[in-house]
Write a protein that binds this ligand. Sequence first.
Ligand SMILES: [Zn+2]
Ligand SMILES: [Zn+2]
Ligand SMILES: [Zn+2]
Ligand SMILES: [Zn+2]
Ligand SMILES: [Zn+2]
Length: 224
Amino acid sequence: MDIISNNQVPLLSLDRVIDLKLPELVQCRLCQGIVLNPVACKNCEKVVCSTCIHNLNDTKSEPICPYECLSYIERPCPKTISHILSTLHILCQYKPNGCPEIISYTKFEEHEKECNYQLSTCIGCAQKIIRKDYEEHERQCPFVLLTCDQCLTSFQRKDTDLHTSIECLRIQLQQQTSKIKQLEIKESEQQIKIDSMQQKVQEYEKFWIGFANTTNQIRGMFDK
Ligand SMILES: [Zn+2]
Ligand SMILES: [Zn+2]
Ligand SMILES: [Zn+2]
Ligand SMILES: [Zn+2]
Ligand SMILES: [Zn+2]
């Protein structure tokens, strides 16, 4: 059957099930793994993973059944299949990292979300670290950034020795100097504003004196 791509990676590969029963009933024809979040074809009642069937049919105008029915109408997974699935036990996908857990089919995804054996990326060295060892790794990783609480400069843990108290004081002095410079710039800006306001006041005064003089002259003309 050529409409089916068999090169898909199984969502839940058969070798992770430790007590596989009736594989012909619970295997997904699309990914060849054990069905995950299964749905079924209404016609043949065979199950597939919901992700797999949607990947297959999303781009098609007429959905097709992976088992070659004439049409595909989706229905929920038959109860008997759900029951068989619920009796299976699964090896955690992080077993290669050391996880010893064997979890029931209904709980294994929940476990894997929380599993302490999945990998986290170190914020310092970007190495992948097993989650249970992460805290200790981060506490010692030479590439994690530290911040000096005196001068607020950040540096990698491995460079801590370079940040001597003299270096720290030098940085603080530099910070103070640049703060003072900024204040001086602000002050001179304020002075320019004050100067221009004073000039305006003087212009007003001149205007009012001129105005008063003219009024007096006019008044004098009438008094005569
Ligand atoms: Zn599948
Ligand atoms: Zn079918
Ligand atoms: Zn695990
Ligand atoms: Zn690291
Ligand atoms: Zn410092």
